[in-house]
Design a protein around this ligand. Structure first.
Ligand SMILES: [Zn+2]
Ligand SMILES: [Zn+2]
Length: 258
C-alpha cells in the first residue's frame, strides 16, 4: 500500500487518460491520492475527480505564485466538503521573484500575507497544511511558529533538504519526499533523509512535475511513488514494504483518512 500525498490530477496533462493513470498506480499498490490546491481555477476539476473516485481526496489552497488571486477566491465555499482533507499548497517561494528590489519586496510581503491567511483558515477549519517552501526556509519557519501552525500540523511538501527545517518535526510537521531523491544531484537530500524521524516521512510525486529517474523528461504520474519508496528503502536500508507501511500510516494520520 502507498499514498501519493501530492499529485496534481486536476492538471490538464492528465485529462486525456486519467483513468489509465489511476489504474496503473492502483495495480502497483498506490491506493490513495491527494490533489493539492494550487491554482483556484482548477479547484472545480479537483472536486469533480474526488467526488468520482473513493480513493481520491483534495485540498484547497493558493500557491505562492498565485498569491495575487487569493483575495478574489471564495476559499471557504468548499472547505467543509467531505473529501477536502487539507489547506494548501500554500507557503513562500522566492525562487522566481521578478522586477526591481522594491517590487520583489512587495511580492514577498504579499506571499507572506496570503500564507498567514491560509494558516488561519487551516486552524479555523481544523485541517492540516500542505506547505510549499522554496528559497524561503527562514521566513517560512518563522511564520509557521509565530502563527501556531503546529495546532493543525502539516507537510513540508517536496522537502528542500534544508536542515534548519528539521526541527519542525517536533512541532507536528511531516516531510514530503518525491522524485527529486532519485536525481543524480540530490546529494543534500540523500544526506538529510536519515535525519527525518520515520514517523514524519511521507511520499509524494508532485506529478506532472519532478519525474523520478529513469523517467526524467516524461510526465510524472502516481505510479512512480513506488520508485521513491524503493530509493528511500535503499538509502535507509529498511525493507521496502516497511517503508510503504510506515509512510501510509503517517499519511492516514496526518490527513485523517482511513
Ligand atoms: Zn509545491
Ligand atoms: Zn505541487
Amino acid at each position: 500500500m502507498l499514498v501519493d500525498t501530492h499529485i496534481h490530477l486536476d492538471d490538464k496533462r492528465y485529462k486525456e487518460d486519467l483513468e489509465d493513470v489511476l489504474n496503473r498506480a492502483r495495480e502497483a499498490g498506490v491506493n490513495k491520492f491527494i490533489i493539492p490546491g494550487a491554482d483556484p481555477s482548477t479547484l472545480q476539476r479537483a472536486i469533480e475527480i474526488a467526488e468520482k473516485y473513493d480513493d481520491i481526496y483534495f485540498a484547497i489552497g493558493v500557491h505562492p505564485y498565485d498569491a495575487k488571486n487569493f483575495e478574489s477566491f471564495d476559499f471557504e465555499k468548499n472547505i467543509n466538503h467531505p473529501k477536502c482533507v487539507a489547506v494548501g499548497e500554500c507557503g513562500l517561494d522566492y525562487f522566481r521573484l521578478e522586477g526591481s528590489d522594491e517590487e520583489k519586496l512587495g511580492e514577498k510581503e504579499l506571499q507572506k500575507k496570503v500564507f498567514i491567511s491560509q494558516i488561519n483558515l487551516a486552524k479555523k477549519y481544523k485541517k492540516p497544511l500542505i506547505i510549499h517552501i522554496r528559497d524561503a526556509s527562514f521566513d517560512s519557519k518563522e511564520i509557521l511558529l509565530k502563527y501556531d501552525a503546529s495546532e493543525v500540523g502539516g507537510v513540508l511538501h517536496c522537502f528542500n533538504a534544508d536542515e534548519q527545517l528539521l526541527s519542525l518535526a517536533d512541532n507536528g510537521f511531516y516531510f514530503g519526499i518525491g522524485g527529486v531523491l532519485t536525481f543524480k544531484n540530490a546529494k543534500k537530500l540523500v544526506n538529510v533523509l536519515p535525519k527525518i524521524p520515520l514517523d514524519k516521512l511521507l511520499i509524494e510525486t508532485d506529478g506532472p512535475y519532478l519525474t523520478p529517474t529513469p523517467h526524467r523528461g516524461e510526465r510524472n504520474e502516481p505510479l512512480y511513488t513506488i520508485l521513491v519508496a524503493k530509493k528511500i528503502s535503499e538509502i535507509l536500508e529498511i525493507d521496502e514494504n516497511e517503508i510503504k507501511n510506515i509512510t501510509t500510516n503517517n499519511s492516514k494520520k496526518l490527513f485523517n483518512i482511513t
